[in-house]
Structures are given as C-alpha cells and as structure tokens.
Design a protein around this ligand. Sequence first.
Ligand SMILES: [Zn+2]
Length: 67
Amino acid sequence: MSRAPEVLRPGAPWEKTGNASWTQCGHCANWFPVGGELLARPQVKLHCPTCHTEFLAADAARLIKAG
Ligand SMILES: [Zn+2]
C-alpha cells in the first residue's frame, strides 16, 4: 500500500487512485488527470480541460502523483 500524498476535502471530483496522476488547475480549481509521462517532462505544460489554461506542473495548485 502506498501513502496518499494529499488529503482532500470530501466531494473532490475524483474517487480513486490508480495509474493516473491528478492535478488541480490554479485558475478554476478543477481536478483533471495527467499522464505520468507528462510529469516526467517538467517543461511540458499541462492543459486544463475546463478553462483551457496551460500551466507547468510545478505551477499546479495541487498535484497527486500515482503511486
Ligand atoms: Zn482550469
């Protein structure tokens, strides 16, 4: 078993951990899944599907890496 890196509020729009990592957009606060290959390339910007903001993983509001 792996430890959860973050403790989230009840009602967060994701329910289970698995192969996907998750990040929270700093603009609209929506969570969306990101592939591990993106996180391995910190120069690649993530694209929020909700507000279409692009940001680096290092600038994400919060980030949960898959175990
Ligand atoms: Zn957003």
